[in-house]
Design a protein around this ligand. Structure first.
Ligand code: SF4
Length: 245
């Protein structure tokens, strides 16, 4: 017992401050894209997921992007990736990065913000995901990120939740489960699409076995990435409930 106490004292305080003053993300980490030139034809040709459009509406759609970096390699003068992990938006259109500043997710308004700001429970629905997004949600509950200190928790039951967080492209055999889970959450409730698959299908886009999030389940927050970094998920959730801006 005494050894355990000594070991715990040696470990010290492990929870990171959030938002962090400085964050040394790995060199290979690809965060918020920056469009350096409106000439994106070369970058668009290199993208395997059709996330980049050229022409008058040129831009990079983070909802489709899996952050593989191929576009920046093919056209380094047109696209680069920064280390900024703050990528979330309130609409699919808000995820499109053009040659001007990216507008981050705004908080819920009025009563919803008041209700959820200090206590927010989410039921995760893994709707055909590869477990990448699920793992990065799980790690938020460890001592390093300590999601609970913000009053945010993942629950085991939708009956105890204020909303659902969806991962995966919504395989057809998960569509009914998703609908039932959504229906079991009492109103008012919010929906979060976490990861490229949930937002736009990711690598499975267009596959006949992928239904996508049904149109009658309105999404309040889009968290891009494949998978999103835990910091991106945390940043998005806290922005949504008005804890940071
Ligand atoms: S990083 Fe995104 S936009 Fe660039 S090639 Fe990969 S999927 Fe396409």
């Amino acid at each position: 017992m005494i050894k355990s106490i000594i070991a715990r004292l040696k470990q010290g305080y492990r929870t990171m401050p959030f938002p962090p003053a400085h964050m040394n993300l790995p060199a290979r980490y690809l965060g918020l894209p920056r469009i350096k030139s409106p000439e994106l034809a070369g970058a668009a040709a290199a993208c395997p997921y059709g996330a980049i459009s050229s022409g008058p509406e040129a831009g990079l759609d983070m909802g489709r992007c899996i952050f593989c970096g191929e576009c920046a390699k093919a056209a380094p003068g047109a696209v680069e990736f920064t280390k900024d992990y703050r990528l979330c938006a309130r609409s699919p259109g808000g995820l499109i990065v053009r040659d001007k500043d990216f507008k981050r997710a705004e908080a819920l308004k009025g009563e919803l913000r008041r209700i959820f700001r200090r206590s927010f429970r989410l039921r995760v629905v893994s709707a055909g995901g590869c477990n990448g997004c699920e793992s990065d949600c799980n790690v938020l509950q460890t001592v390093g990120f300590d999601l609970g200190r913000f009053g945010v928790q993942f629950t085991a039951s939708p009956r105890h939740a204020d909303g659902i967080l969806i991962t995966g492209p919504v395989a057809r055999n998960m569509e009914l489960a998703l609908r039932k889970t959504y229906a079991a959450v009492s109103s008012p409730k919010v929906v979060i699409a976490c990861g490229a698959c949930a937002i736009a299908g990711g690598p499975y886009a267009g596959h006949e076995e992928c239904a996508g999030i049904p149109a009658d389940i309105p999404v309040d927050l889009y968290i891009p990435g494949c998978p999103p970094h835990p910091l991106t998920i945390l940043d998005g959730i806290l922005r949504l409930i008005g804890r940071i801006d």
